[in-house]
Design a protein around this ligand. Sequence first.
Ligand SMILES: [Zn+2]
Length: 249
Amino acid sequence: MSDRRILFSFAHPDDESFTGAGVTRMCAEAGAELTLVTATRGQAGKRGDPPLCAPEELPATRERELRAAADILGIQRLYLLDYEDKQLADAEPEKIRTELVDLLRRHRPHVVVTFDPNGLTGHPDHKAISRFTSDAIQAAADPRLRTDAAPHQVTRLLWTPSLPPWEFGRQTDLADRPGIDFVIDVGAWREQKRAALTAHRTQHLAVDRHWFGKPDVDRLLSVEAYRQAWGPTLPERPMRKFLVDTPTE
Ligand SMILES: [Zn+2]
């Protein structure tokens, strides 16, 4: 049985599309059950140039953008938590643990994908969601923590690698680098990735800067990579397919 249930845990609307839109859509088409948890509405982010909404409209606007991107990527369930953008590190640990444990035990993912402990770009919210996610995975497996749902042990935890995702397509030695455990050709899902990134309309400055403004944008949109934080030993490194066959429940 493959790692069929996947839960993505990120900080902001657009993290899911920047880090792995191609793999997400590919897994959806392969029949995987996809759940996305986004901890904030990105309410402290940019509004576009010229601004696409008033400052007070940004949370709702970004939620709509995220829902549109999730639909494009085939994500079946989206949970938008109510934490403050740029203040996620100050979230009450018990509260966010309870929320994440509940989602982990209800949806019982084989694979969880989140930011690496350095937060990919060093963003404090990215580091925070990585920490809270690891904390919740351990708590979800602990039978002494009683909730309505039974304990659940995640099979493997994947991180974003310590390299910006818009750089993957340019690195000819990507497969040789330590810490790059999955290198996935997502060229067949490039248009869906393009559409998901475009759906985050208020974030067009960053999307254009990193992706659409580059002459080799097609190549940059065609490669995604992950690092395995822990889990069963991979049959090869790097893996060239994302859904690993491992004995799971
Ligand atoms: Zn982010």
